[in-house]
Ligand binder design. Sequence first.
Ligand SMILES: [Zn+2]
Length: 341
Amino acid sequence: MKIRIIFTLIVIYFFSLSFTARSQNELEVKELSYKLYAIINPQGGNIAFLVTRKGVVVVDAGSTPQNGRDIVETIRSVTKKPIKYLILTHLHGDHVNGVAGFPDDVTIIAHKDLEANNTKFNKENLENYMENILPEHLANLRKQLDSISDKESEEYLELIETYNSHVDYFENIKRIEFRKPDITFEDYYRFKITDQRIMLEYPGPGHTNDNIVVKFSNHNVIHTGDLVFNGSFPYTIVEHGVDIYNWVRILDDLYKENITTVVPGHGEIGRKIALKDQSDYFKDLSRRIEELKNAGYDLEEIKEKIKHSDFRLKGHENQLAVNIEVIYSELTSKGREWWKF
Ligand SMILES: [Zn+2]
């Protein structure tokens, strides 16, 4: 039971990480457009990076210092130009905890609320995790190991592997740094590097209260952060300011723009349709919830009636119930007429 609780916490705050980050992990690079690349990062949020004569612009930092280093190494395999800018899309650890793996002199750009969110959620959470949860978890694993008498048994070997990877993980996250962003903004921030225009926008709360999108305007490519979970169930965390109604509006507005390629926070690189797919998921789900609500079912019954197999999504299935709760409460608090697009 204890182990289960621990893993729930890991999933909430450090989700999408893997415990196998012992040595350098090869990450897959895709060229999206001329000198503009994406890194599919199974251990954290996806990365985009643009190579210019004057240096490299990177979006998001990965989930741990080691993951950040792996990302930097992967960029180095494409270019030796210095990494000039690091844009952080939102507060979640799987997008920002890799900052320590980046060069010290990189200019960090983020929404004005990211730093406060880091202090409010990430720092305290990490301290608790390192001082209490992980040591306790490791002590428990150690106890389990000691209780197995046959040190050659499969059970023992499996457990020792888990133990070692968790020790590695502990060492890894000890190096997390919460660097203060060098440039912050409220609504828009636009800059140019050589002839490349980079447009950062805060469209209001959606996935979090500090989520920004990054547009590579010369290429019609957008990095959406976690406003798009391409192909999996999205995380909706109330304490981080989730606003699903606004999230849908953000996606529908972006869909009207001249965008060809979407780098989602998680999942495969998509075409423009990925924006609509994410919006449609929330709209479908809200319609179902409303229908069931009108038919007299309460929240718990609705959560039972709507199954993850009803959707063509794979991954983070446990989030469906959370998605339902958030939409249900938004529908209830804002009224039925409100959910009209
Ligand atoms: Zn997120």
